[in-house]
Design a protein around this ligand. Sequence first.
Ligand code: HEC
Ligand code: HEC
Length: 383
Amino acid sequence: MKVKILTIVILTLFIVSCSSSDNDPEPEAILGCTDPNSNNYTASATQDDSSCEYGTAKNLEIPEIFSNLLLPPLIPSNNPQTIEGIALGRQLFYEKKLSGDGTQACASCHFAEFSFVDPDRFSTGITGAVGTRNSMPIYNLAWNFENKYFWDGRALGIEGQALGPVENPIEMNNTWPNAVATLQDTPNYPDLFAQAFGTTTITKELITKAIAQFERTIISGNSRFDQYLLGDNGALTVSEINGFNVFMDEDRGDCFHCHGSESNPLWTDNIFHNNGLDTSFEDLGLGMVTGDPLDNGKFKSPSLRNLAYTAPYMHDGRFETLEEVINHYSEGLVYSETIDPLMKNIAQGGAQLTEADKTDLKVFLLSLSEPGFTTNPDFQDPN
Ligand code: HEC
Ligand code: HEC
């Protein structure tokens, strides 16, 4: 009996001592940024949690009309705007080395002087292949709260969008490994990436982050119509004001449901509609992305800012002038199964606007274009 008790006591002591040594407090990992070269180095951190920030923070310059009426811009927490990141992104936007044969940059189809569209109906890629859609303008992307890009919304996020063109065979026709390797071997780029992102190792993710930072700075919010809304009654002519009334009038233009209004200064809803262009669809638009036949023939409503610079119009650039666009809505609408219910005068082809209303609608639309936007020195080729 005594022996038994002793054995239990010894065993218990053994177990307790063993387990107590197991319980010795492991030094707990302190998460944080462990890079001494970053802005937010935490000396006590023992494990990096990829929160290091580099560069000099730079807020977007938000137009007054946007801060009055819109939510703050969408900026992903893992890609804050910095002076160095924006400068690098601008360099990359104009960088032909991103393309397979070094001849084409983003800017080859997105020209600052045309509010970042291509004045050609269809852009030509490096192999000479021609696309089937009109290039899209780039501005106010940080307020696209839907965050879906392209005419059919197939790309999510601005960073995500920028992954596409480099490998698209009818655009820059490169591979990402090749584009990355080319930049890695180009003097200055590794340093520029280090300044913006704290590493000389270039990746496609960092390239698209920088491009997205630059794109977010491309903001247009100072047209004559904006000045009018901000209280400058003399900023518009009588004809332009009447045009705005046509735009807002449910019995005439009735454009505002999809294209913004005095309370939505983006002049788009950034969502997808069939606006009565075709009876059947060669290009399925949103339907191609979702696979849902109810989405066939739907495309993203474009913003109506800067139309003075962005002809031709529609996803396939079918209309060369605003007169043609207005005639389409006035008497050219055609029926198809997915037609938007807002195209309510479809039975007679449209709202049948008077010639005077058409003229006024056109001059109103043009009052949404911002003089000086296309020549803003911050958006031009830095070289
Ligand atoms: C060969 C011409 C071409 C090149 C090069 C090109 N784009 Fe585009 N871009 C287009 C066309 C055409 C569209 C519309 C395509 C679609 O909807 O399928 C488009 C759409 C976009 C959009 C969508 C805008 C929106 O509101 O949805 C963005 C942003 C954009 N391009 C940025 C870029 C960037 C960044 C690069 C360089 C990495 C680039 N593009 C290179 C032709 C081009
Ligand atoms: C039901 C929503 C809806 C309504 C209402 C609507 N639009 Fe549109 N609009 C669109 C869509 C969607 C597109 C792009 C269609 C495409 O390319 O296939 C578009 C394209 C345009 C474009 C071409 C812009 C460009 O950059 O290519 C202009 C200009 C335009 N609309 C003006 C108007 C005017 C003016 C009215 C009123 C008379 C109007 N829209 C009513 C949805 C609408």
